[in-house]
Design a protein around this ligand. Structure first.
Ligand SMILES: Cc1cc2nc3c(=O)[nH]c(=O)nc-3n(C[C@H](O)[C@H](O)[C@H](O)COP(=O)(O)OP(=O)(O)OC[C@H]3O[C@@H](n4cnc5c(N)ncnc54)[C@H](O)[C@@H]3O)c2cc1C
Length: 314
């Protein structure tokens, strides 16, 4: 197989616009290109959540593969086809005479006959004043990605679910001390919680809310408040990991598509949304389970449904 040069811009109206280049979006692109459909991808990055993952042990065909390697393999497969991949953020999706128009942050207006939304999820924010300013300066949303940078330092993990406690266990291997700050009792699976409870350098702070992250040029502490007494204190940490869950990237489709209470796009088993011609796949949808293999499978289904829709439309 040879790799074609990937066009960097999208010309005219494409048969299918794919929003997102995670496993769902990249799989959908390959399926549609193999049906000889004109396809374009617009995505903020290539890889999505897979690119943040250190090791994957449950994607068939690989007993172990790093997130970056799997991303490269997906991308390599997409680049076998002349599919334009535009790095941009979709801000708005609207109906148009030929189908749909996606408006991007960079000012593009991309026209397509169908759309496959595969925009996945992103980490939820704490919503405290200094949070955004300190991202990448000691504040991270991914212990798996950034953890090694905090070797020998004291850090805090915010959250009490599976991802938070797993992040705390991971951090306890490299950091001097790990504080786990949660509003309410841990909700992690018993087996995960038991493992964390046994760690000598892990300290639980249950019943606390985060007031702010402290620091000028980088994180110097985490200000927390006891929900019962109202007393505040600052934990002197150099790293803060926010692990309070993920939210679907659906802002651009609000008002257009039907979503569930968690903001996920509602799809049927053919990945059809409530708007004919718009399909959705992967973590951004209400599909049962959020996994790479599930997202890739859903991406394939969405692509085949879009192809069938285009045949019916003629
Ligand atoms: C730390 C971590 C570890 C994980 N480990 C595993 C594991 O071991 N095994 C497993 O099976 N699963 C794992 N998962 C889950 C798995 O990564 C996801 O289920 C999968 O990546 C979902 O794929 P997706 O294509 O639906 O979305 P995503 O991977 O979230 O990709 C979304 C894509 O959409 C783009 N995008 C978002 N908004 C916009 C917008 N407005 N405009 C344009 N583009 C946009 C993003 O840039 C990205 O390219 C893990 C997840 C995390 C966070």
């Amino acid at each position: 197989m040879f790799t074609l040069e990937t066009p960097s811009e999208i010309a005219g109206t494409v048969d299918a616009l794919i929003i997102g280049a995670g496993p769902a979006g990249m799989t959908a692109a390959v399926y549609l290109a193999r049906k000889k459909r004109s396809v374009a991808i617009v995505a903020e990055d290539i890889g999505g959540q897979v690119a943040w993952t250190i090791g994957i042990e449950n994607y068939m065909g690989y007993q172990y593969i790093t997130g970056r390697e799997l991303t490269s393999k997906f991308e390599e497969q997409v680049r076998q086809f002349p599919i334009p991949i535009v790095t941009d953020e979709v801000k708005e999706l609207r109906m148009a005479s030929e189908g749909f128009v996606a408006v991007t942050e960079g000012g593009r207006e991309i026209s397509s006959r169908t759309v496959v939304i595969a925009s996945g999820k992103r980490p939820k924010e704490l919503g405290v004043p200094n949070e955004r300013r300190l991202i990448g300066r000691g504040l991270s949303y991914c212990a798996t990605c950034d953890g090694p940078l905090f070797a020998g330092l004291e850090v805090a993990v915010c959250g009490g679910g599976n991802s938070a406690i797993q992040a705390a266990i991971e951090m306890a291997q490299v950091a001097a001390k790990v504080y786990v700050v949660s509003r309410s009792p841990w909700r992690a699976d018993a087996v995960v919680a038991e493992k964390a409870e046994g760690l000598k350098n892990l300290e639980k702070r249950v019943g606390f809310v985060v007031v702010d992250v402290i620091g000028e040029s980088r994180v110097e502490g985490l200000r927390i408040r006891n929900r019962e007494s109202g007393a505040e204190e600052t934990i002197p940490v150099r790293g803060v990991f926010v692990e309070i869950g993920l939210a679907p990237n659906t802002a651009f489709a609000k008002g257009l598509l039907k979503m569930n209470g968690s903001g996920e796009i509602e799809v049927n088993c053919r990945c059809e949304t409530n708007v004919p011609g718009i399909f959705a796949a992967g973590d951004v949808t209400d599909v049962f389970e959020k996994q790479i293999v599930v997202a890739a499978g859903e991406g394939a289904k969405a692509a085949l449904s879009a192809h069938e829709f285009l045949i019916r439309r003629g």
